[in-house]
Design a protein around this ligand. Structure first.
Ligand SMILES: Nc1ncnc2c1ncn2[C@@H]1O[C@H](COP(=O)(O)OP(=O)(O)OP(=O)(O)O)[C@@H](O)[C@H]1O
Ligand SMILES: [Mg+2]
Length: 242
């Protein structure tokens, strides 16, 4: 299995406050990695660093063996078509339709003709079960539906890696299941993912491995079964939701 992403000894501080103090992990092609940790341990900052929205102070980040943490903003724009960050709130444009929201990155970054865009957008909207809502505006949708459209938009450019920042937060159980179904479909199609969540049952359902951040470092890293069997009190506190 190829390491599609490698994070090596990353350090990051904000105004003297240390967030990451030597974080390392890898993501293998096709797997979904759960990135867990108490609130404020820098999960979102780490995802943002992978696409150049935050800049690390020290360490290295490799995408398919190529170092990316030193890239310019312009070069990171290219990386963002390959590594897609799905924002917690979906970050949809309110004034345009569901269809136009998903089509937007395609018009922006590809030379696809209108008919090809239409075909691609409708295929993705089918995957997230939102094809019937194509002409609605985001404000007409429930939170769960908006999340699914956000996921559809982050898939539009057929990236290599999807970064999910708490995609199920704030959703009722039915919508949580729907979002997880979408993630499972993406995984079945061979996409790699990093799944940041506080929802342990969801992580157990979707992830192959988990990494838990603890005080700026990796406090645990292992497969789902190692995670479930761990006797480490810190790991167990996650499993029991304490
Ligand atoms: N732009 C910024 N300027 C200053 N501090 C920041 C900035 N971005 C993040 N931080 C700080 O970095 C720390 C890590 O934040 P981050 O949002 O990554 O945590 P998190 O693990 O995602 O937490 P949560 O589970 O609550 O989402 C926090 O203390 C936060 O206040
Ligand atoms: Mg966060």
């Amino acid at each position: 299995m190829e390491n599609i992403l490698e994070v090596k000894n990353v350090f990051k501080s904000f105004e003297g406050k240390e967030v990451h103090r030597g974080v390392s992990f890898t993501l293998q092609e096709g797997e979904t990695l759960g990135l867990l940790g108490p609130s404020g341990t820098g999960k979102s900052v780490l995802l943002r660093s992978l696409i150049g929205l935050d800049i690390i102070d020290e360490g290295e980040i490799f995408y398919r063996g190529k170092r990316i943490d030193l890239l310019s903003e312009k070069q990171f724009c290219q990386i963002r078509t390959k590594i897609s960050y799905s924002f917690q709130n979906g970050a949809l444009f309110d004034s345009i339709s569901v269809f136009e929201n998903v089509a937007y990155p395609l018009f922006e970054h590809t030379q696809l003709k209108e008919l090809e865009v239409e075909k691609r957008v409708m295929e993705i909207l089918e995957v997230v079960n939102m094809a019937d809502a194509r002409d609605l505006k985001p404000s007409d949708l429930s939170g769960g539906m908006q999340k699914r459209v956000g996921l559809a938009r982050s898939m539009a450019l057929q990236p290599d890696i999807l970064l999910y920042d708490e995609p199920t937060a704030g959703l009722d159980p039915i919508n949580v299941e729907m979002v997880l179904e979408v993630m499972k479909k993406f995984k079945a199609q061979g996409f790699s993912g990093v799944f940041v969540t506080h929802d342990i049952p969801a992580a157990l359902k979707i992830c192959d491995r988990v990494v838990i951040l603890k005080q700026g470092k990796v406090g645990f890293s292992g497969t789902i079964s190692e995670f479930e069997k761990s006797t480490d009190p810190f790991v167990q506190s996650f499993l029991t939701g304490l």
